[in-house]
Design a protein around this ligand. Structure first.
Ligand SMILES: [Cu+2]
Length: 287
């Protein structure tokens, strides 16, 4: 009589253990890499540079807020900056403190440069990284080509390699056309490892669009539509969050969005560390 409840509880404990084990090691997550430890800062917050898809320029490096980072072709020694005083006012060095972390899967290394004012500038593969003072929002790339010596930086870029036209070693499977404003209608979004592409990237304020996301990759992905540089703060879409998913591979879902004001927005996936790894496509909304 007494042994029955004991057996039952043992079985219950065994089942509970199975559930816990099953939760800690789903196959899809294990294949993708080390899971983020609960309670630690999220992977999105611990990367020094982020990878972003720009409709016109392709895959580029930004700071964690989504502000574009540039290289200066007059920096001729790896790991040394020649941009000071007036130059550094227009092109502020990207400074950060250790530890410097590259998103997983992004080739190369980050190092530091000790500037003469004591600040620490970040270099990628020896390339000193800068902001452009006239970029106002995350996703702006107005510094590209200025003076013929300032250019965005692609993941995998090597020091001293001609930067224009920009080559993108981490290529998107499908190019995102830099479209003019589109009419009201459906926008096809493709999610994969680790890019977001869309059939249109320029939109009009106040128009209703239906964004249909399809997961063409091999891992679960979601689609979040938000202000450029936001960290998983979806827009309001008719009283609901402008997000769908996570979608299993092959899955598809839609959300309707009306952009409230002009500016830069982004289509992202915030599953795990997909956002800093490149699942962020800048889109632009105009009057
Ligand atoms: Cu994803």
């Amino acid at each position: 009589m007494r042994r029955v409840p004991l057996l039952v509880s043992l079985v219950a404990v065994a089942l509970l253990s199975l559930v816990v084990v099953g939760r800690s090691g789903p196959v899809t997550l294990a294949q993708e890499g080390t899971p983020t430890t609960a309670g630690s800062p999220t992977a999105e917050e611990t990367q020094t540079v982020f990878v972003r898809q720009d409709p016109a320029l392709g895959t580029i490096l930004t700071d964690p807020n989504g502000m574009t980072l540039y290289l200066f072709t007059k920096d001729t020694m790896p790991g040394e900056s020649t941009c000071y005083e007036q130059c550094a006012q227009a092109w502020p060095p990207y400074t950060a403190t250790e530890p410097l972390v590259l998103p997983r899967g992004v080739p190369g290394e980050l190092t530091t440069i000790s500037r003469t004012d004591g600040t620490t500038q970040v270099a990628y593969n020896g390339i000193p990284l800068y902001y452009w003072a006239r970029d106002q929002q995350p996703g702006d790339t107005t510094g590209q080509g200025v003076g013929g010596v300032w250019f965005v930086v692609a993941p995998g870029a090597a020091f001293g390699v001609a930067a224009s036209p920009v080559a993108f070693p981490v290529a998107s499977p499908v190019a995102s056309p830099a479209a003019s404003p589109v009419a009201e209608g459906t926008v096809e979004v493709q999610l994969s490892e680790f890019t977001v592409t869309a059939s249109a990237t320029t939109f009009t304020v106040g128009q209703a669009y239906t964004f249909t996301a399809t997961n063409v990759g091999g891992f679960p992905h979601e689609m979040v539509i938000e202000q450029a540089g936001a960290m998983n703060e979806p827009l309001d879409a008719e009283g609901q969050a402008a997000e769908v998913g996570p979608l299993d591979p092959g899955g598809s879902a839609s959300v309707s969005v009306t952009f409230p004001e002009p500016g830069n927005y982004q289509i992202t996936c915030h599953v795990r560390d997909h956002y800093p790894r490149g699942m962020a496509l800048t889109i632009r909304v105009v009057e």
